[in-house]
Structures are given as C-alpha cells and as structure tokens.
Write a new protein. Structure first.
Length: 143
C-alpha cells in the first residue's frame, strides 16, 4: 500500500508541474504594465495578451451614439476610463481589459466595431476625436 501512495504523489506533482509554466509565462510578459495597476489591488493581476488592436474613441453625443447616449448595449451606463465597446465575437461582454495601462470593461458594442477593434468611451466628443485611431496592445485580465 505504501508503495502505491508514493507513485500517486509523483504523478500528481508531474501534472501540477506541467500546468504551472503556462500561467507563469503570461504573468511575466505583462509584468511591466501590470505593476501600476496591481499596486491598487491586493492581488496581482494575471494578464493574457490578446494582441494589437485598433482603438478609437466615442462619446454620448448624437453623432457617436445616436439616441442611446450613455446607455450601453449591456444596459450599463457608460463611464469614461471604464467603458469600452468591443466586437462580442472577439471579446465577451463583461471581460476586463488592460489598455494603455487602464483597466476597462467590455460592456458595449457598436456598428463599426468589428474584429480587433476597440472603441473607448470618453465624456466629450473633443476627447474622443483627439484619441483618433491608435494601435494598442490589449490584455485580458484573468478573473
Ligand atoms: Zn461624440
């Protein structure tokens, strides 16, 4: 009996050992940009790189959001520094993302937001216009 216990222990260690490096690698890649945000929270963030996305800006004005104003497609009220619009086929609603060091939540969509494109919410049209179109590395925050 004792012998069989030892073998089971070795197998378990081998499985855990194989599973760990993948998540550890994701941590290391994102470590520099995660440091600032991680200091706000007690737990370290695990960031999964999603690649480079085109980011644009939008606001509650009629030209950006039509009659919807701040009302997002998920029912949440859009807030600057928090809300981004995504293509839900690429990024699921509710996902927390790190974009340019800011933690955002995917809670809106837009007619022009398709594929690797994220629309970032701003309070004013001037700010959204100044954002222009920028390429940014996007990370999924594992939760
Ligand atoms: Zn606008």
């Amino acid at each position: 009996m004792k012998c069989r216990h030892v073998i089971a222990g070795i197998v378990l260690t081998a499985i855990l050992g194989a599973a760990l490096p993948a998540s550890a690698a994701a941590d290391e890649i994102a470590a520099p940009s995660a440091a600032a945000a991680a200091s706000q929270a007690d737990e370290p963030l695990t960031l999964i790189p999603l690649g480079v996305f085109t980011t644009t800006g939008y606001c509650p004005c009629g030209s950006c959001s039509g009659r919807w104003g701040r009302l997002t497609s998920t029912g949440a009220l859009a807030a600057a520094g928090h809300t981004v619009a995504v293509d839900p086929r690429v990024i699921p609603y509710g996902a927390r993302l790190m974009i340019n060091g800011v933690i955002c939540t995917a809670e809106d969509r837009g007619g022009g937001v398709r594929g690797n494109h994220i629309d970032i919410f701003y309070d004013t049209h001037e700010e959204s216009r100044l954002h222009g179109a920028q390429a940014a590395e996007v990370y999924l925050i594992q939760q």
